[in-house]
Write a protein that binds this ligand. Structure first.
Ligand SMILES: C[S@@+](CC[C@H](N)C(=O)[O-])C[C@H]1O[C@@H](n2cnc3c(N)ncnc32)[C@H](O)[C@@H]1O
Length: 247
């Protein structure tokens, strides 16, 4: 019983770290200093080369951890070392801690790339917040508590293993196969004031998302077989069809 309670406490810690990193992400990307005193463009501009090197290394650290720990082969090896019920929480905890490090240590490069005012600025800010709303709501469409590791810990508390998630295509998943990633892209790119630092963040994350999705889809085909193959043929990856057939 003690071990089960420990897993629950561990999962709750991972979830708290996720919440902290999510709120900081909102403040960081949108330069909302009410939410986060350190944001993507805050702080004095330092040496350009130093800033690019540090920022690229921080993003690479996140990409490496996030990709390696998501691979089924890594999970099989890892769950011989830690309890299976704590695997997702460990992933969430480490991802969140690396994100917090990234936000904290990010070097701003506040050289302007574009700036729009008036209605255009309001439209871009609206798209930005729509992106975050899509991110959060998509986690609930898949299973927020499974993705955050809490579901696995709740099952473990009752002495059971959480059943694997079934293939599903609710709501936004009928329009695109990866709404959560689409939400991130909208939140990262839609800004009235783009700087070189923000552009670096958006461009590298976009590249990472596009590569990461190839791996995720390979795993999804291995897990769900023909159902996912047919889904791929019917539903676009990231850009919804404006006209014509949807799933
Ligand atoms: C962080 S979520 C991102 C989901 C998706 N890539 C997106 O952008 O909306 C990743 C997890 O969702 C799962 N997943 C993705 N699409 C799914 C679907 N249609 N049904 C069930 N699970 C899915 C993957 O197996 C993976 O564990």
């Amino acid at each position: 019983m003690f071990a089960r309670l420990l897993i629950m406490f561990y999962a709750a810690t991972g979830y708290a770290a996720f919440l902290a990193s999510f709120v900081w992400a909102l403040g960081f990307v949108g330069n909302y200093n009410q939410l986060a005193s350190k944001s993507i463009d805050s702080g004095a501009a330092g040496n350009l080369v130093d800033a690019v090197v540090v920022d690229v290394l921080l993003l690479a650290l996140f990409a490496l951890q996030h990709s390696v720990m998501a691979r089924p082969a890594f999970k099989r090896w890892w769950t011989r070392i830690i309890p299976a019920a704590a695997e997702r929480s460990t992933y969430v905890l480490l991802s969140s801690l690396i994100l917090l490090l990234l936000f904290w240590q990010w070097r701003s490069i506040p050289i302007p790339v574009w700036r729009v005012d008036g209605i255009a600025a309001n439209v871009l800010t609206g798209i930005h917040w729509l992106g975050w709303l899509i991110v959060l709501s998509s986690t609930y469409m898949i299973d927020h508590f499974d993705l955050s590791g809490l579901r696995q810990a709740f099952f473990a508390l009752r002495g059971k293993a959480a059943p694997a998630q079934p293939f599903k295509t609710p709501l936004l998943y009928r329009l695109v196969r990866h709404p959560l990633m689409l939400g991130f892209l909208l939140a990262f790119w839609a800004t009235p004031e783009m700087t070189v630092g923000h552009l670096l963040f958006a461009a590298l994350n976009t590249a990472y998302i596009l590569v990461g999705l190839q791996f995720e889809e390979r795993d999804l085909i291995a897990a769900f077989g023909d159902s996912y193959q047919r889904y791929r043929q019917r539903v676009p990856m990231l850009l919804p069809r404006l006209f014509g057939r949807q799933a």
